[in-house]
Design a protein around this ligand. Sequence first.
Ligand SMILES: Nc1ncnc2c1ncn2[C@@H]1O[C@H](COP(=O)(O)OP(=O)(O)OP(=O)(O)O)[C@@H](O)[C@H]1O
Length: 307
Amino acid sequence: MSIKTQNLTKLFGAQKALDNVTFEVKTGEVVGFLGPNGAGKSTAMKILTGLIPQTEGDAWVNDVNVREDSMAVRKTTGYLPENNPQYDDMYVKEYLNFVAGLYKMGKSKNERIASLIDQVGLTPEQHKKIGELSKGYRQRVGLAQALLHDPSVLILDEPTSGLDPNQIIEIRNLISSVGKAKTVLLSTHIMQEVEAICDRIVIINKGQIVADDTTANVKKKIGGEQQVILVEFNSSPEIKRLEKIEGVERVVKKEGHLYELTGARNVDIRTNLFNMAVKEKLTVLSMQEKSQTLEQIFQELTTPKQL
Ligand SMILES: Nc1ncnc2c1ncn2[C@@H]1O[C@H](COP(=O)(O)OP(=O)(O)OP(=O)(O)O)[C@@H](O)[C@H]1O
């Protein structure tokens, strides 16, 4: 197991930023850490990288207890903090050299820096001062800094926040490619990001884990009780006729001759719908099951239910 937390709790004064948080990231996995603002993502990441201590519970990176040996953890962990603080007056290479010095990287560092500058796409901007770089390029410097000592574990706090759509895709591709050989825990608010690059998601809300599974399983579990069928006819039958189909609980007419039928999953609505269409001489042009998006699931798990 590359990352493990057990009953991790963090109090800031009276506020519980983390409340008994237990999760694991297996070696080689890319896991998305999701949650609304203030959910506790950055706090958990700071504890995992040894920046702040937990109040209770334990955290391990590569089987090393973070509280017991945070220096050993730092050697095998690359961390991109949320605000990616860097020295604006330093040149890109100068900064990476400085970080390499902190890791006591020795002579190999020049070669490593040159290859990372290429890998993260910093080549055209490598001669600039960090303060002169756009947000996307600053983020690349942050990633290069996190990758410099070739860590086996990467902890990335909102790596694509504030980037334009092209930069988001570039940084995502970069994470995907470096993620092939590393264990990655990345926090994000962007659901597509999780679907695009993560093997699994851990969703946290108000300091507590509310989901921990593969994206597909989370979708199945949360959106699993109901099925939604989109059906298009070549005419517009009355809603009442569709409501009579066995298993259908709700019908919503969409644009044109398109309808959305919702019902319990234990009845095969599609077969019943098809049989009814044949019987009533309705022509079905298309029929498909609509899957719940990760956004809807995230909303369901992290917003208080209306009474
Ligand atoms: N140093 C601190 N002192 C006091 N409260 C803090 C401190 N750091 C974090 N908190 C509080 O802990 C809670 C969790 O914050 P955290 O930054 O971990 O959330 P997050 O999930 O990373 O949010 P975001 O998505 O907005 O970055 C918040 O309510 C925050 O205000």
